[in-house]
Ligand binder design. Structure first.
Ligand code: ASP
Length: 424
């Protein structure tokens, strides 16, 4: 009997996304507001949150276990330093390019000129982080608090330290390594279990946004949104392929075909941190990067590398300056690049954090914080889009570093049928 072809999980996630958009739109256009709210409250919101909680629950154990093992496998400080150096080099350079693209495009398109939009509601700005504190706080006083509060940089610190200690005493640490390896497999299996729910979860998350906000809120800000989305596309589909080509000669189209399930999850959850279990599993099972590299690059990237967010900062700064008729100088531009990069190191990849970072950037160059009130309404959709770009940047850097360190399975990268459902 011929085998019946079944749809893979990634195809189902895509279907969940499409169905969410269609159902959300129908609901928004056809149902009265009250009925719409009831469906969101009783169906879409719970479905989305169950999925989101499920993947978030695995973030800290996954990072802790796999990064400890990854560091132990690398073993020597030299190699770790080299991987760290390359990773930071790519993260910082792509972020600076991202802000520049945002700025340049916004300066050309000039969103916000001649616009007089009533400012809705105020916005509580965040405090600028004191630069030294960002670095000092990487060392936690209590590892358990770091884990409970999901302080990723601190968890990363603890895991790397433990990994180095393990590598320095291979015999004595053998029993613990066995336990950690077993835990690593179990957690990855759990990620797989949660992912079975992904199509429904993604459906709920997307339907909630579209049914709740419709499309009308976007109209006055179309130029601003177009500018952000345009810059995001240029960055993702020109800059990332250029990096990939320059450093690895791998096919960029294959790269995106491999990572799109992670992009969809990032898009629907608006959180690089929450997407980590999926991003890591995509790196291992679809890209071909080895755990010794991605266990380090991805958690770090989810916390400090946010190219999509940086693009939004660039465009939003020009937009708000235009609305208030303020001219920006080259000095302002440089401050934005510096502040946006620093702010992205000091804040975690969670929904909406880009706006908090923006308030720090605006305060730094003396633009009115109230400007954020104007873009607040359309930020949800942009947050989704930029989060998808944020994690693509993390995965691009992971591919480059893994390939250059020979910690890479090129056959798997090009394989059509990925080893996604393997148990061991
Ligand atoms: N939601 C984004 C992330 O998690 C951050 C942001 O731009 O708000 O990567």
């Amino acid at each position: 009997m011929p085998q019946r072809k079944t749809l893979g999980l990634t195809a189902w996630i895509l279907i969940g996304l499409g169905a969410g958009i269609i159902v959300g739109l129908i609901q928004y256009l056809l149902l009265p507001k009250e009925a719409n709210e009831v469906i969101i409250k009783w169906v879409h919101d719970p479905l989305g949150r169950i999925f989101l909680n499920g993947i978030r629950l695995l973030v800290v154990p996954l990072v802790l276990v796999s990064l400890t093992l990854g560091t132990a496998a690398i073993g020597d400080l030299n190699k770790l330093g080299r991987i760290g150096g390359k990773t930071m080099g790519i993260y910082l350079s792509t972020t600076a390019i991202a802000i520049t693209i945002g700025f340049t495009l916004a300066s050309l398109i000039r969103p916000g000129t001649g616009l007089s939009i009533p400012i809705e509601g105020g916005f509580e700005g965040g405090q600028s982080p004191f630069m030294m504190d960002i670095f000092v706080n990487i060392v936690p006083t209590n590892p358990f608090r770091a884990m409970v509060e999901g302080e990723m940089l601190q968890v990363i610190f603890v895991a790397i330290m433990a990994g180095l200690a393990i590598a320095s005493m291979p015999n004595r640490s053998k029993p613990l390594v066995k336990v950690l390896e077993s835990a690593d497999h179990i957690i990855q299996k759990m990620v797989g279990m949660i992912m079975l729910f992904a199509p429904i979860g993604v459906f709920g998350l997307i339907a909630e946004v579209i049914a709740g906000e419709g499309l009308a809120v976007f109209v006055p800000l179309l130029k601003y949104m177009g500018c952000v989305v345009g810059a995001l596309f240029i960055h993702a589909f020109i800059i990332y392929p250029a990096y990939l080509f320059m450093f690895t000669k791998l096919n960029p189209i294959r790269f995106f075909a491999n990572i799109y399930p992670a992009m969809i999850v990032a898009f629907s959850t608006s959180s690089s941190n929450a997407s980590l279990p999926v991003t890591m599993s995509v790196a291992e099972k679809r890209l071909g990067a080895k755990e010794s590299v991605y266990s380090f690059t991805l958690p770090l990237g989810a916390t400090i590398n946010m190219d999509g967010t940086a693009i939004m900062q660039g465009v939003a700064t020009v937009f708000i300056a235009n609305v208030y008729g303020i001219d920006l100088t080259i000095g302002n531009f440089l401050s934005v690049v510096l502040m946006a990069t620093l702010a992205s190191i000091g804040t975690a990849g969670v929904p909406g954090v880009g706006l908090i970072m923006l308030s720090m950037v605006l305060a730094e160059i003396g633009l009115p914080l109230e400007g954020i009130g104007i873009i607040l309404g359309v930020d949800r959709l942009l947050d989704m889009t930029r989060t998808a770009i944020n994690i693509s940047g993390d995965l691009m850097a992971t591919t480059v570093v893994a390939k250059s360190e020979n910690e890479f399975d090129e056959e798997l990268f090009y394989a059509k049928n990925k080893r996604e459902d393997e148990d061991e």
